[in-house]
Design a protein around this ligand. Sequence first.
Ligand code: F6P
Length: 541
Amino acid sequence: MLAGQLETLARHAARLTPIHLRELLAAPQRHAGFSRRAGPLLLDFSKQKLDEAALDALGAIAAECGWEQRRDAMFRGDILNASEQRPVLHTALRAGESRLPPLAPAAVREEIAATLQRMGDLVDALERGDASAYGIPAGITDVINLGIGGSDLGPRLAVEALSSFHTGRFRCHFLPNVDGHQTAALMRSLDPRRTLVLLVSKSFTTQETLLNGRVLRQWIAQAYAGDEAAAAAHFVAVSANVDAARALGIPEQRVLPMWDFVGGRYSVWSAVGLVLALAIGMPNFRAFLRGAAAMDDHFRSAAWRDNLPVLLALIGVWNRNGLGHAAHGVIPYSDGLAELPAFLQQLEMESLGKRVSAEGGALRQATVPVVWGSVGTNAQHAFFQALHQGSDVVPLDLLGVVRPSHTLKDNHDALLANLLAQGAAFALGKTTQQALAESREGSEAERAALAAQRTFPGDRPSTTVLLDALTPESLGALIALYEHKVLVQALLWDINAFDQWGVELGKTLAKSILPALTSGDVPPSFDASTTGLIREIRALG
Ligand code: F6P
């Protein structure tokens, strides 16, 4: 950001710091003025420490940065990911469901449509129980999604969130980690002859996925007396590296492509979502795409002041660079959205966890906060103490679903009451006067000491996101909302949100440590701590 822009934020922050959220929320029009709707999503940011003047200043900064031009450049397929010289076209994956004229190149859209068709045909065949045309044996009951990061988090979030839409045709399992415990547990509980493995890896070089792929392949081969070809028939691959998938013995017919123009963390809309399509059926998968496309249309057409992704991004920039908050909490009051914090951790932190610009220059401002969270109300009984009374302020996104997919009204009312109560408690707090009035016993000093501990500072910001119901459409819209938030923040922060060089060093080191760990032959170039730990592990192992 430019020095002048940061000064503007600092000026508004200094003006607003002494104004407690209690005061801002006393205005009867506060909710109406500071909430916006797009389709099934309502964004209420009335509990953010913002006023019209600060919001205007943020909007002006977004305009100075040319957010609309950047948005259109992304939809068009310009090279936004400069370090890898790639366009960023995850929006093209759902463009078929959009109501606005498409911007993505026709050739790209045709390839996407053809792949979606192939995916649909495969899902139909598996649902019918006759995928022999694909070489897949009959009787498949269980599907393992074998992938990590973007090849796991998006599909897992969606499969769990949309459990009330499951067709029940397949049991779906997720195997991301190289930790053998879960692999062993799956092999213990599943029938290899009835299991289909979806090997999902954009690069097809990811250690965890390939290693687990080998293990599962052996496990299935054993069930066929070592017949490798029979085992290979239980594998479908999704990858941008089609040749590597074929080299593993998976014929092209069972390899669904993805493309370099789709980042892993933006890929649930592609064939990476195959496990989701198998869980909820193709019509619901298309509804999921439709929900995202509706958010794309909103992002492309609404003025910044009514534009949910832009507002969410500006609030994030305000909290990070105006008010200086280094963490951001995501609390879904919905078990269905329990995986949302983990999904957003990758989406936001892998995209925006950068400290230099796309041109390599040091940035003037802080970038992504630590994103974390967990499901409400459980979180209230775990870490909310620190959020209410700890020394650091953590701005929150509190998410709720208005209409549940069950009929337990009392449960749902209690859930939503807690969501509303927490947002109010964080904002309003409880004054020492109020706390004093509550404790009547003991000496004055004792009462004062207790009241101090029972005081809630309040003035802690949150945004409330309400989904009308948790459906394929609303979930699609919600994920797309956060994707576009990331784009706008990347623009304001002048960083490339579509590469992830920061994950490479650890991967390279792991490759050199593995042989030392297995052989005990530790090269002298290893640091003292790593060398010592290898020796400790080998001594016990
Ligand atoms: O290590 C990070 C990462 O590259 C993520 O960006 C990606 O989502 C994940 O690994 C999995 O990568 P792949 O789909 O290529 O196996």
